[in-house]
Write a protein that binds this ligand. Structure first.
Ligand code: AMP
Length: 410
C-alpha cells in the first residue's frame, strides 16, 4: 500500500515526501483509512511502529477539509504521558501540516513551562492541543478554554497514563467536551484498567493489533553480560572504549545514580549527561537536543526516557540496572533500532538479577546467551536467602501501586 492509495491529500503527500516517509508502516496502513472513515479506533501498538503519524495524518486531512471561517477553534486534543512525547507529537503535526492551504495552529501544554504563555497561545487561536493530562487540567481549571467544538480526542501511549488520578482527570475533561466526537486510543498493552478507560471514552471502536511490533524488536541485537554490580562502571567504560558505539542510552534505577555516574564519566573525558524528571524542562529539552545533535554521546537516564522518546540513531541501549517489569524492558530497548534500523541492547546482570532476568525473557518470549567479558568476569555466588523467598522484582507492589489501590478508583 502507498500513502497515495490511503487517500491522503496532495499537500500531506508533499509533507510525507519531504520527511522521507516513502511507504506507510503497518499501523499507518490499518489506522489511517479507519480514521478517515470517522471510526473510533483502539490500537495496540508500540512506539517505533509509526503510530504518531497514523493519527496525525488523517486528523490533519479531516481538519483541513472542514476548517471553517473566523478564529481558530480547538478541534483536536491529544493527551500523552510525557512532556517529551507531547513535544514530539506537536512537532509531527507541524511538519505534516506544513503545506496545507491553511496551516493548523498547534499548542503544546506541558508542565515545567509558563502556564500564562500556554493560556495566551490558546486564546490567540488554536486548532490542535497536545498536552500532558496534569497540566491540561491546570489550564482547564482556569476556565478560559473553549472545548465545545472538539471533534477528535486521542490518548497516546494510554497505558502509561494509568496513574493515580488519571481517571479523575479524564472525567473532568469529558465533562468539557462534546459527547459526539471521534476517539482514538493507542496503547502498547490493554490491562483491565485500560479496557475500562477504553469503554468510557470510545463508541463501537474498531480494534487494531499490529503484530509487526515484534520485528521492530527483532532488529535489535540483545546481549546479556554477567558482571558483579560493583564492576558495572568499569565494564561500561571498557565497552564504551572498545565497542565504538556512537550514541548510547544508559538506563539507571534512580535519579541520583544518573547524576553521579554522568559526573564520573564526564571526568573520564566522555561526552556524558544525565536525564531525569527532576531536571528543569528547559534543561531536559537542551540535553535531548544535544543528544540528538550528537554533542552528547552517552545519556544516563531513568525510565522517563523509556517510552515515547523518538531519537533516531541510538546505537546502543544499556540496562545498567534492570527495569522493574518486562514491559519496561521492551520499551527501553525499543529506543534503539527505530524505524527499521538495527540496534544493540545490553543488560548487565549480577547473581541477584538472574531470576528477574529470566522472568523478563519468559514474558518477552526470548532466550539470550549469557556472556562474560574478559577482566570483568562474574565472581562469588548468589546471596543466601535467609527468611523465605523474597518477591521477585516487578512482582511486588510498588509504593505507587499501593496508593492506587487505596484510591480504589480502578
Ligand atoms: P512513532 O512510532 O510514531 O514514535 O514513530 C517512530 C519513528 O518512525 C519516528 O522517527 C518517525 O519519524 C518514523 N516514521 C513513522 N512513519 C514512518 C514512515 N512511514 N516511513 C519512515 N519513517 C517513519
Amino acid at each position: 500500500m502507498s500513502f497515495t492509495a490511503l487517500g491522503l491529500s496532495p499537500q500531506i503527500l508533499r509533507a510525507l515526501d519531504k520527511s522521507g516517509y516513502n511507504k506507510p508502516t503497518l499501523i499507518q496502513n490499518e489506522v489511517i483509512p479507519l480514521v478517515l472513515a470517522h471510526h473510533d479506533v483502539l490500537a495496540r501498538a508500540q512506539t517505533g511502529s509509526g503510530k504518531s503519524a497514523s493519527f496525525v495524518l488523517p486528523i490533519l486531512q479531516l481538519w483541513s477539509k472542514n476548517v471553517g471561517e473566523g478564529k481558530s477553534k480547538i478541534k483536536a486534543l491529544v493527551l500523552t504521558p510525557t512532556r517529551e512525547l507531547t513535544l514530539q507529537v506537536a512537532q509531527t503535526f507541524e511538519t505534516m501540516g506544513e503545506f496545507l492551504p491553511q496551516k493548523p495552529k498547534i499548542v503544546s501544554i506541558i508542565g515545567g513551562e509558563s502556564i500564562g504563555d500556554q493560556l495566551f497561545a490558546i486564546q490567540k487561536g488554536c486548532d490542535i492541543v497536545v498536552a500532558t493530562a496534569g497540566r491540561f487540567i491546570d489550564v482547564l481549571n482556569k476556565k478560559q478554554m473553549n472545548l465545545s467544538h472538539l471533534e477528535f480526542l486521542v490518548l497516546d501511549e494510554a497505558d502509561k497514563m494509568l496513574d493515580l488520578g488519571f481517571a479523575e482527570e479524564l472525567e473532568l475533561i469529558l465533562k468539557e467536551i462534546p459527547a459526539k466526537r471521534q476517539n482514538l486510543l493507542f496503547s502498547a498493552t490493554y490491562p483491565p484498567k485500560m479496557q475500562m478507560i477504553a469503554s468510557l471514552i470510545t463508541q463501537n471502536p474498531i480494534e487494531v493489533t499490529i503484530e509487526s511490533d515484534v520485528p521492530t524488536v527483532q532488529t535489535i541485537h540483545q546481549r546479556v553480560i554477567q558482571v558483579n554490580h560493583a564492576n558495572r562502571g568499569p565494564l561500561l567504560r571498557h565497552l564504551l572504549e572498545s565497542e565504538k558505539w556512537e550514541q548510547v542510552l544508559v538506563f539507571m534505577a534512580n535519579k541520583r545514580a544518573t547524576d553521579n555516574i554522568a559526573a564520573k564519566f564526564k571526568k573520564y573525558g566522555f561526552l556524558a549527561e544525565s536525564f531525569h524528571g527532576d531536571l528543569l524542562q528547559e534543561d531536559r529539552n537542551y540535553t535531548l537536543d544535544a543528544f540528538k545533535a550528537k554533542k552528547i554521546r552517552i545519556l544516563f537516564a531513568t525510565d522517563i526516557a523509556a517510552r515515547g522518546l523518538d531519537i533516531d540513531n541510538i546505537t546502543c541501549v544499556i540496562n545498567f540496572d534492570l527495569p522493574r517489569s518486562p514491559a519496561d524492558y521492551i520499551h527501553r530497548i525499543g529506543r534503539t533500532g527505530r524505524a527499521g534500523k538495527s540496534g544493540i541492547a545490553v543488560s548487565f546482570i549480577d547473581h541477584e538479577d538472574f531470576d528477574h532476568f529470566k522472568l523478563i525473557e519468559k514474558r518477552s518470549q526470548i532466550k539470550l546467551p549469557r556472556e562474560e567479558i574478559e577482566g570483568f568476569e562474574l565472581t562469588g555466588t548468589a546471596p543466601v536467602k535467609v527468611k523465605g523467598p523474597e518477591p521477585l522484582k516487578g512482582k511486588g507492589k510498588s509504593k505507587k501501586d499501593k496508593l492506587r489501590e487505596q484510591a480504589g478508583k480502578f
